[in-house]
Ligand binder design. Structure first.
Ligand code: DQQ
Length: 571
């Protein structure tokens, strides 16, 4: 074992010793008992998002059971109705016709029964034959044992499915002796294969992350399969697993129960130890109930992520209305819990994204749902803007604190690309080392978002191209280090590599800028990064947007469209 691996192993070990010493419920969230019921008197507006989903006040985390049912999109989410840090969790419920404008309903579930009296945690929806929606979720019983329950609508003909019943024959699944009862949660959407329902529950056995598989003929009597669907060493607790088919070609989504020749599968796990969502693309052998990641997918911490920034506990669902698969993910805050109490709110959902398999078959591609475009207002357009080394040009005429920007950059040649050091394994480290201010060869170029007029504050989102012996390496960076003059903030240099063909010497970037979030899609959605930032000067009407180049090779902004974004109705 090399030194790095040894170090990581011992860090993991210490971490796990600590949590097992702690007799309290291990929630994977930071728990502040003294803060969790401090109700917000006022809600600070400065960093409030305009078009990202969030309730009026208080804490939110995981999206739960996203669902399309009889013409309505449903979003449930983990919510603290009493305060702005994690705690007092209920299932909040909102409905929408377009996933952009939302109507809040009464909470769908709160702890009330012996099988969930200590918690109603994350879960998923399945629509059973006959068009009957069912929710599977994790309950914490009086011993804090994590059990899997179900809930059904009280009235399936209510278009909003307002009321949910938790029948008395719960729990459906309790952890057997071989399972860690405090690390056993977040059931998936169930799928039908070989004459049975199947579902996964996330867990860990020592350091091995596990997706336990359960089978049922009638959806109510579940039997644990002898082998998990999949597991991986040294990955720790697998929260919120998600397992679904994707077509080999095209952007169409598939219902979760589809399998066949033209289909691959995606297994996503939220790794509690790193707080990122990782996925692999692979094959699902339905007869043996085994999932095997392709050899192009790394199965662990160095694997593919949906998003290389603040994006966790995500979940997809199949939208039969538009035949697409949609991804929801929680973008948590990067400020402190004291800040959150002062703000009176914490947590947003990232913009829902359509996901499909890249033609290479090696990764997914993500793009904001098309409905988002209905918020586009005032537009500016630029083309053929030449950017020499050190140039930055302001894009005026839009509300830069709440905007959607799409840009294509081109460069005449790649000869000036900096040398890639093969030791650079982690994109985030390269971004931290190289940044946007250090001059490069081809790049850094891109956008300076949420920038103050004289650039005391800005969040650069940019590409930097390197030359490795047989290929070029493209880095996409969303660097929060200069995002704010404020203190006590987490300001990471989030970054991901972009597996893109540079034959046409072009790279595209889309950024959704929304006061305290910059959600970016590189190369048409091959690499995505969400940063949470809290400018002090670049706020509201004082926020600016620039394009920039700090590489010695001239870069051209071939085409740029930027829109002011309207605020949807989210009540
Ligand atoms: N959040 C829920 C858990 C899940 C975690 C509790 C992930 O069910 O494992 O709020 O953020």
């Amino acid at each position: 074992m090399d030194v790095l691996k040894l170090l990581r192993f011992s860090v993991l070990l210490c971490f796990l010793c600590q949590i097992s010493k702690n007799n309290e419920v291990y929630a994977s969230h930071m728990v502040y008992p003294e803060l969790q019921s401090i109700s917000a008197v006022t809600v600070k507006q400065i960093h409030r998002t305009g078009f990202h989903f969030r309730p009026k006040r208080h804490w939110i985390n995981d999206p739960n059971a996203p669902l399309y049912f009889n013409g309505i999109y449903h979003l449930f989410y983990q919510y603290n109705p009493k305060g702005s840090v994690w705690g007092n969790i209920v299932w909040a419920h909102s409905v929408s016709k377009d996933m952009i404008n939302w109507k809040a309903l009464d909470h769908a579930m709160y702890p009330s029964k012996p099988f969930d009296i200590n918690g109603v945690w994350s879960g998923s929806a399945t629509v059973l034959p006959g068009n009957i929606p069912v929710i599977l979720y994790t309950g914490l019983d009086p011993n804090n044992t994590q059990v899997q329950n179900y809930a059904v609508p009280a009235n399936a003909s209510d278009p909003y499915l307002r009321e949910w019943i938790k029948p008395d024959n719960n729990p459906l699944v309790v952890p057997t002796k071989d399972i860690n009862a405090s690390q056993f949660r977040d059931p998936t959407t169930a799928w039908w294969s070989n004459g049975q329902w199947k579902m996964l529950v996330g867990s860990r056995r020592k350091l091995r992350g596990m997706a336990y598989l359960y089978r049922s003929k009638d959806f109510f009597n579940w039997v644990k399969a002898k082998h998990p669907l999949h597991s991986a060493p040294n990955t720790g607790m697998w929260e919120c697993p998600d397992f679904y088919p994707v077509l080999l070609a095209g952007k169409k989504g598939l219902d979760t129960s589809v399998n066949g020749k033209n289909v691959k599968f995606v297994l996503k796990v939220s790794l509690d130890l790193t707080r990122y969502d990782y996925y692999t693309v692979g094959k699902y052998n339905a007869a043996k109930d085994k999932y095997i990641p392709d050899n192009t997918s790394i199965d662990g911490w160095e694997g593919l992520r949906y998003d290389y920034g603040n994006f966790y506990a995500s979940k997809t669902f199949y939208d039969p209305a538009k035949k697409r698969r949609i991804l929801w993910g929680w973008a948590n805050e990067s400020d402190s819990s004291e800040d959150d109490i002062k703000k009176g709110w914490a947590g947003i959902q990232a913009i829902p994204r359509t996901v499909w398999l890249d033609p290479s078959g090696k990764q997914l591609v993500q793009w904001p749902v098309e409905e988002l475009n209905c918020l586009r207002g005032q537009k500016v357009h630029k083309n053929n803007v030449k950017l020499n080394k050190g140039d930055h040009v302001e894009i005026k005429g839009i509300t830069a604190a709440q905007a959607d920007v799409e840009a294509t950059f081109s460069f005449p040649r790649l000869d000036k690309a900096e040398k890639f050091d093969p030791k650079w394994v982690k994109a985030q480290d390269v971004c931290a080392q190289k940044g946007s201010k250090n001059q490069g060869g081809v790049g850094p170029f891109g956008l300076l978002t949420l920038a103050s007029k004289n650039l005391e504050e800005f969040t650069p989102v940019f590409f930097r191209i390197f030359k490795a012996p047989k290929r070029h390496v493209v880095l996409l960076c969303s660097d929060a280090r200069s995002s704010s003059l404020g203190e006590g903030l987490y300001k990471p240099s989030f970054a991901g590599f972009v597996d893109v063909d540079l034959a046409d010497k072009k790279l595209s970037l889309r950024s959704l800028i929304d006061h305290s979030v910059v959600e970016s899609y590189g190369a048409g959605g091959k690499t995505c990064i969400t940063s949470r930032v809290y400018p002090t000067l670049a706020i509201l009407g004082d926020a600016h947007l620039f394009v920039f180049n700090n590489g010695s090779e001239t870069v051209t902004v071939e085409n740029l469209n930027a829109w002011s974004m309207k605020s949807p109705r989210v009540d």
